[in-house]
Design a protein. Structure first.
Length: 161
């Protein structure tokens, strides 16, 4: 049996600080009433001789998630220089000449197949593009920046069996 779709759980994750958080939490419990009444939440014995569950209903009450600490350089999307070394203002619109890199990626839309003509200028917003990104650490946090970066399965201590 596939696990319950995560729609009520995702709603709670995104609305945690919103006035609708209680409504999202109640939706999880309504879904739990139906699911547990019909199917239950399976507990399986894993390869590590531990019991595991992917029950989104029970796991949704673990209000912790994962957060990656990244280090990176940021380059300007218009000129390719490091943001601190260029004169473009992030978010402003500039003319940018379309070109393709060795992989065939378009400098305007970053697609390999598009209608941008090489050598033609297109209005493009300046933004900081991460390059050389490296994960420095991964931490468990109460509030991950990406709301869906939550635990999706956990081990269960069933005591002596």
């Amino acid at each position: 049996m596939a696990d319950l779709p995560l729609h009520p759980v995702a709603a709670l994750n995104y609305l945690e600080d919103h006035a609708l958080a209680d409504a999202a939490h109640r939706a999880i419990h309504r879904a739990a009433f139906m699911r547990r009444g019909l199917y239950g939440c399976p507990i399986v014995l894993g390869d590590d001789d531990e019991f595991w569950t992917k029950c989104s209903i029970s796991i949704s009450h673990l209000r912790i998630g994962m957060s990656a600490g990244l280090i990176s350089d940021f380059e300007c999307s218009i000129c390719g220089l490091l943001v601190e070394d260029c004169d473009h203002i992030m978010g402003e619109i500039y003319d940018k000449i379309a070109s393709r890199d060795d992989d065939g990626t378009c400098s305007i839309c970053e697609a390999t197949e598009c209608e941008h003509e090489i050598g033609k200028a297109y209005l493009t917003a300046a933004y900081a593009n991460a390059r050389n990104a490296m994960a420095e650490e991964v931490s468990m946090v109460a509030r991950p920046r990406y709301p869906q970066a939550r635990i999706v399965e956990r081990s269960i201590d069933l005591g002596r069996v």
